[in-house]
Ligand binder design. Structure first.
Ligand SMILES: C[S@@+](CC[C@H](N)C(=O)[O-])C[C@H]1O[C@@H](n2cnc3c(N)ncnc32)[C@H](O)[C@@H]1O
Length: 318
């Protein structure tokens, strides 16, 4: 695939005065994405694929400190399961009304910036969870992005399914909420210019549609997935690391013509950037936490070079 910019030009165009690094076709920048998206060239990226801080506050420095001290905060330390120690999970049900309003305002503001930076017809894939998707997707639609449905990542999350707390014996046949078996990803699009067809948008902006699978079948909105494999978690110890198998599938679909630039404004350890690199796409990742930015520098090339699984070959071709 012909790159949209060579990596040096990408840095000149997008990194401004921020600390940055390049990998293959791609660029990573150490800064706050809100500040960056406000000033980066408008209508410059073809798609956004991202996994934001769902509850906004779980990635605040104070909460990250509580997580590493084992103190909890918004990070729930789950009981061991089947003899395995489980990693802390953000406790989204613990958000107050005021915090939910804060999440809503954050995504309304962030959505306006996503509209600014996307080309017309550019798609956004955004990770969420069953508790907050209604709030987050509503806020993004409010900001002017066009809601195009959801992509369901089928994965057993280990969330929910418990008997009522402190009354497990009394109500053995009850679970207080369903055991989580999916992760909803919102699918949005920057509206096409008035009167423009998808075909015209593809010709003019290389956006507007989604790329078909390598076997010619359409991209499907339910994807059989997996928990992030151990070999990937050994490369990047980020608490929200997503699996390459899933990310490569949606990153592939996000560029309908297989060319352009993908942005991940909340890149964490850089798993989206690695997925783009593995496919041969060009990507820009933004991360504001110094430790995760440093982690991405070693993780991106190692995640990108992981071999593709057999069953992924029909979904994406490299
Ligand atoms: C849910 S995690 C994404 C992890 C990623 N999926 C991975 O596989 O590594 C969200 C990331 O966004 C970062 N973040 C939070 N607010 C940010 C902001 N305003 N600008 C840039 N990064 C931010 C957090 O530090 C965190 O690493």
């Amino acid at each position: 695939m012909a790159a949209y910019f060579d990596p040096g030009a990408l840095a000149d165009h997008f990194a401004a005065h921020y600390a940055s690094a390049t990998f293959g076709h791609s660029l990573t920048i150490h800064t706050d994405c809100l500040a960056w998206m406000e000033t980066a060239p408008a209508a410059s990226v073809h798609a956004i694929v991202t996994d934001p801080p769902y509850g906004v506050k779980e990635y605040e420095l104070a909460q990250l400190e509580k997580r590493s001290n084992g103190n909890g905060g918004v990070w729930r330390i789950p009981p061991a399961f089947d003899g395995n120690e489980r990693s802390p999970l953000p406790r989204f049900t613990a958000l107050s009304d005021e915090e939910r309003l804060r999440v809503q305002r954050f995504f309304e503001e962030w959505g306006r910036l996503a509209l600014r930076i996307l080309r017309p017809g550019g798609h956004l894939f955004i990770a969420s969870n069953a508790f907050l998707s209604q709030l987050v997707f509503g806020a993004l639609a409010e900001s002017g992005l066009e809601f195009r449905g959801e992509t369901i990542r089928l994965v057993r999350t280990l969330r929910g399914g418990d008997r009522p707390k402190n009354a497990e014996q009394e109500f053995p046949d009850v679970c207080s909420m369903p055991r989580g078996c999916y992760e909803p990803w919102g699918l949005f699009r920057k509206p096409l210019p008035s009167g423009m067809t998808v075909a015209e948008c593809l010709r003019t902006h290389q956006t507007g549609g989604l790329r078909r699978r390598a076997d010619g079948r359409p991209f499907e909105d339910v994807i059989q997935s997996e928990r992030t494999p151990q070999r990937e978690r050994e490369i990047a110890e980020h608490p929200s690391l997503k699996p390459q198998s899933f990310l490569r599938t949606i990153v592939y679909a996000a560029l309908p013509l297989g060319r352009g630039v993908i942005l991940d404004p909340f890149m964490g350890s850089g798993s989206t950037i690695a997925a783009a690199e593995a496919i041969g796409y060009q990507a820009i990742g933004i991360e504001r936490h110094a430790e995760y930015f440093a982690m991405s520098r070693q993780a991106i090339p190692r995640l990108a070079e992981l071999a593709i699984q057999e069953d992924q070959l029909e979904l994406i071709s490299i």
